[in-house]
Design a protein around this ligand. Sequence first.
Ligand code: NDP
Length: 281
Amino acid sequence: MNFLSQLTGCFAQPCAENPTVAMVEAAYQHHGLDWRYINCEVGPDKLGDAVRGALAMGWAGFNCSLPNKVEVIQYLAGLSESAKIIGAVNCAVRRDDQFIGENTDGKGFLESLREQVDPAGKSLVMFGAGGAARAIGVETALAGLAKITVVNRSTGRGQELATLLREKTPAEVDFVQWDSEYNIPAGTNIVVNSTSIGLFPDVDARLALNMDSLTPDMLVADVIPNPPRTNLVRDAEAKGCTVIDGLGMLVNQGVIGIKYWTGLDADPTVMRAKLEEIFAG
Ligand code: NDP
């Protein structure tokens, strides 16, 4: 075990079985990598010390979860292009003895989307305008989406994201305030839930969405990883849509992080199987 030069870390919440830790370590074990991925709880007041400590101890990088995704930026040496636009970092990578901030959330989503459809030239309706939506909106728009409609409950956050996407990407962008049952416009190719609706323990929650406006030619993606089979996933499947659950994004952001840190192309099926085991339990 090499603790000095090959340690990756996750600044996150303490939890006996953190799904991300279990998922990444399953990949390390599967590929025979003598690496560790550990979970450390770090509040905003100690974030600078933690980043300097990780650098001093030779960590290859770390993941960063809420509430540290924006706060951490000031302690990093630079940002990737999309992390700069998104304005948040969930993954730091050691390059030239410095940490560079990446955002792998949107890239992970894009990867699972591309397994089903090429977003170039497509139109997308996205519920939500928080951190996940920013990452997904920026990456899919940079990947060539023709049109993106941001549908969000609060006007301020929704308009802010729509303005960001309009200014920083070539996509055509609309904002719709979400205060009643939403009808997906005919001709929409991709529908994404990037709100927290449906996340455990509120598993019975449903989006205010007219399910009759979903047609079988649409792809419906949910970011909720726990439980993976949300009401939206089930309802969209019943309408004949192609569906992508939230495990796709979570697994793929992990695959991308492992590649950045170790250079290895990790097997996503091993990582998904570990998450399914945890979320089924
Ligand atoms: P934020 O808190 O930044 O944003 C939450 C969004 O959900 C906002 O747009 C908020 O609207 C909306 N929202 C929440 N509750 C409701 C509701 N009852 N009705 C309507 N809108 C609602 O969270 P994140 O963007 O960081 O995370 C969102 C979800 O994405 C989480 O559940 C998280 O688990 C998941 N996620 C999954 C990942 C994966 O790998 N699968 C990666 C990252 C996140 P408003 O602006 O009006 O408050």
